[in-house]
Design a protein around this ligand. Structure first.
Ligand SMILES: [Zn+2]
Length: 451
């Protein structure tokens, strides 16, 4: 499926917590390969995050957490996980980029609990970095030992294995074709987020720092330090200031999508981003809707998680929300009218057919004989090769292929949205794009009830 999403998609996002059990870190290590090889995707760079963007964790965040660790929701239920457990998983998975464990709290947590969350996450970050330093020292020692050994010419299988993570597993697999370009993207932090959209401010190369410490920051796995603070701007600032000077490759803006008031997002994001170095990438986790992602880009986030397309897939929807600002939208004053007219047209076309201006509901019986692609004009694999009627049939017969085809379309559509935002950034039109997008969506909402 992932190959059908090339070249737009360039990496995989995984939730590290899912590898606490079945397979556990110990089981995965016993296979002798990284997760890339385990899942048959050796050429895909991997981003490991500390939360699953497809799970609603509002009700469980912060539950049972103490200074030693937090409670994680996994497919087989939930369990306590310490920084050490978490790093066991990271060492087994061998991602190119990862976000250390964080003490997530609900959006309505008290100030006292939020302060505690910021402090704990900082302590856990230090624990993760210390563990990583130890691993790197061990690897260097191991490699040196083999280079100096009798089989120095060959290097030895073990040394080769140990070296692979440092070079990046996916890099090693792909080095024969696009190694230089991939390495550069990785260093810029634009390679690895399944639904990444490197478009906002900052996000430049982090390779210009010089020095041994800076070099270590760029050796896989790259660490994106969690910035916490929940709904309190001053705690966001305190957390961001504390991680800004840490030896990390970038930052992860965590603690969003936990039931907090979305109206606070611009203030919370700008407060944190202002304290972070402009030359390091920022990953935004938990803000999933198109409007939230757009706000993230406006506020300077560079990378995003990809829960939204998967949510659409799980509900049998094909995304169809507007992505591209019409070229004729230059004349101010006519933009809103054009947006309303376009939204009205889309609503009229889909009103009777289980569709609105954002998505098409393939469960709808309206599509049982519809020979059109999921979304007219879409160039994804699913739309080029299959009909709404077929996907409707697959859904009603509970065939897994329905989810596969919908996920291909939805990820393609989501990445197209980020492509449009990147183009707007490059053209210096992000403000105009944001205004058009919000008006277009508002006009559509007024014409029909959102699904
Ligand atoms: Zn499509």
């Amino acid at each position: 499926m992932m190959e059908k999403l090339r070249p737009q998609a360039q990496g995989i996002q995984i939730n590290a917590m899912q590898f606490l059990k079945q397979p556990s870190a110990a089981q995965l290590t016993k296979t002798g390969v990284s997760l890339h090889h385990f899942i048959g995707a050796p050429r895909w760079p991997m981003l490991a995050t500390n939360r699953d963007p497809t799970l609603q964790e509002y009700g469980t965040a912060g539950k049972s957490a103490n200074n030693n660790g937090c409670y994680a929701i996994i497919h087989s239920g939930g369990q306590m996980v310490t920084p050490s457990d978490y790093m066991d998983v990271i060492e087994a998975v061998q991602p190119e980029i990862f976000v250390p464990i964080a003490d997530e709290v609900p959006g309505d947590a008290s100030r006292k609990r939020t302060v505690q969350s910021v402090d704990r996450t900082l302590q856990w970050l230090d624990a993760c970095l210390a563990r990583l330093s130890g691993v790197r020292r061990e690897q260097q020692h191991h490699v040196r030992h083999h280079q100096e050994g009798a089989d120095g010419q060959q290097g030895g299988d073990a040394a080769e294995q140990q070296q692979r993570w440092r070079r990046g597993d996916a890099d090693a697999a792909a080095e024969q074709d696009e190694q230089p370009a991939k390495r550069q993207r990785l260093e810029q932090g634009t390679d690895g987020g399944g639904g990444d959209g490197s478009g906002g401010g900052g996000g430049g190369s982090v390779g210009d720092k010089g020095g041994v410490a800076a070099q270590a920051m760029l050796e896989p796995p790259l660490v994106l330090a969690p910035v916490m603070g929940s709904r309190f701007p001053e705690e966001r600032v305190r957390s961001a200031k504390a991680v800004a000077s840490k030896p990390v490759a970038g930052f992860a803006l965590c603690g969003f999508g936990m039931g907090e008031d979305a109206a606070l997002h611009p203030q919370l994001l700008s407060a944190a981003v202002a304290e972070l170095p402009a030359d390091k990438p920022r990953l935004l986790l938990g803000m999933a809707t198109p409007e939230e992602a757009l706000e993230g880009v406006v506020q300077g986030a560079d990378l995003f998680d990809c829960g939204y397309p998967t949510h659409a897939t799980l509900n049998g929807y094909a995304l169809s929300f507007p992505q591209r600002m019409p070229a004729s939208n230059d004349e101010s004053g006519e933009g809103a009218a054009a947006a309303a007219a376009a939204a009205e047209g889309a609503a009229a076309a889909g009103a009777q057919a289980g569709a609105d201006d954002s998505k098409v509901n393939l469960w709808s019986l309206e599509y049982s004989t519809d020979k059109a692609p999921l979304v007219e004009g879409c160039t994804c694999f699913a739309c080029r090769n299959h009909t709404r009627a077929y996907v409707h049939h697959l859904l009603h017969t509970h065939e897994m292929l329905a989810s596969v085809l919908l996920e291909i379309h939805n990820t393609h559509w989501w990445l197209g949205f980020f492509e449009s935002m990147r183009e707007a950034v490059v053209a210096g039109q992000l403000g105009e794009y944001a205004a058009w997008f919000k008006e277009r969506r508002r006009a559509a909402r007024e014409l029909q009830d959102p699904l």
